[in-house]
Design a protein around this ligand. Structure first.
Ligand code: ATP
Ligand code: MG
Length: 274
């Protein structure tokens, strides 16, 4: 799977310019995180990857095919977008019907739909809620229901828009498992999140957006080392990273283990200097 975004700009009908010349390439199976303050253009960007929005100028290619050559319904077989607000995605009267709707319209075999309902509902933790009305689910379950709906279609590219929003620790663990599972299946996952700890623990490549531009695109260590730029974007690295930066460590750790290693290295370096 390869996503190419070439000099993409987008102006809403209200004349709000939400994207200003964004160019990015994402390919393979390494999950990518997109971060940035509210209104930076993250949702507008990912909505271009399944044709929900069409470029005002520039180009989006999915596996070399221009996004404008197909409808959003056609792209939905290949690209799944999990909405930022679950209520925008749910419209049927049971979780099972929501799960079956997309595959039925794709012409998936009945037996395969049944197998996928079992697999997906277990993965998203809704196996015992299949007959529940989606609006009777908790907000966390609703979010997992929308993730399940997209997974049912088995797309190659999955776009998660703020999946961490409102999640407790158990939900975050489940989300991590889903992202790992998708990666193991050879899918590409692009995830928007405000939760820097979740981002630090699950992603290697980070794209930082600011006022419609992708201003940083790099390995997580390098991005979290750009303290000043992040400050301008109102992005706060995880607490452990800030402790390390306060201690003036040479490396930029973002997990407890990496912090201990960096701390040890620094201690030895300083002892050698004495
Ligand atoms: N439907 C719309 N009509 C007009 N302007 C819009 C619309 N949706 C978004 N915008 C504007 O486009 C810009 C980018 O919005 P977008 O929703 O893409 O940002 P975001 O980074 O996803 O923000 P958030 O973190 O709040 O979800 C903002 O200035 C926003 O006000
Ligand atoms: Mg958004």
């Amino acid at each position: 799977m390869k996503v190419e975004i070439k000099d993409l700009s987008y102006v809403y009908p209200s004349q709000d310019c939400a994207l200003r010349g964004v160019s990015l390439v994402m390919e393979g199976t390494t999950p990518v995180a997109i971060v940035g303050q509210n209104g930076a253009g993250k949702t507008t960007l990912v909505k271009h990857l399944n044709g929900l929005l069409r470029p005002t100028s520039g180009q989006v290619l999915i596996d070399g095919v221009d996004i404008n050559t197909h409808t959003t319904a056609q792209w939905s077989r290949k690209v799944g977008y999990v909405f930022q607000n679950p209520d925008d995605q749910l419209f049927l009267e049971s979780v099972r019907k929501e799960f079956e709707f997309g595959p039925k319209h794709m012409g998936m075999r009945k037996e395969e739909i049944g197998e996928r309902v079992e697999y997906v509902s277990n993965l998203v933790g809704l196996a015992d809620q299949l007959d529940t009305h989606p609006f009777d689910l908790t907000s966390t379950q609703k979010r997992f229901c929308t993730i399940g709906i997209i997974m049912m279609m088995n797309p190659d590219l999955i776009l998660f828009d703020e999946p961490t929003c409102g999640q407790d620790a158990q939900g975050i663990r489940r989300l991590r498992k889903i992202i790992q599972e998708l990666r193991n299946q050879g899918k590409l996952c692009i995830t928007i999140s405000h939760d820097m700890r979740f981002v630090a623990e699950n992603f290697k490549r980070i794209i930082v957006m600011k006022k419609g531009e992708a201003i940083l695109d790099d390995d997580i260590e390098k991005v979290f080392a750009r303290t000043e730029t992040l400050k301008q974007c109102f992005i706060t690295p995880p607490p452990i990273t800030r402790v390390a930066q306060g201690a003036d460590l040479k490396k930029t750790p973002f997990t407890g283990k990496a912090f201990m290693e960096a701390f040890e290295e620094e201690r030895e370096r300083r002892i050698c200097q004495m």
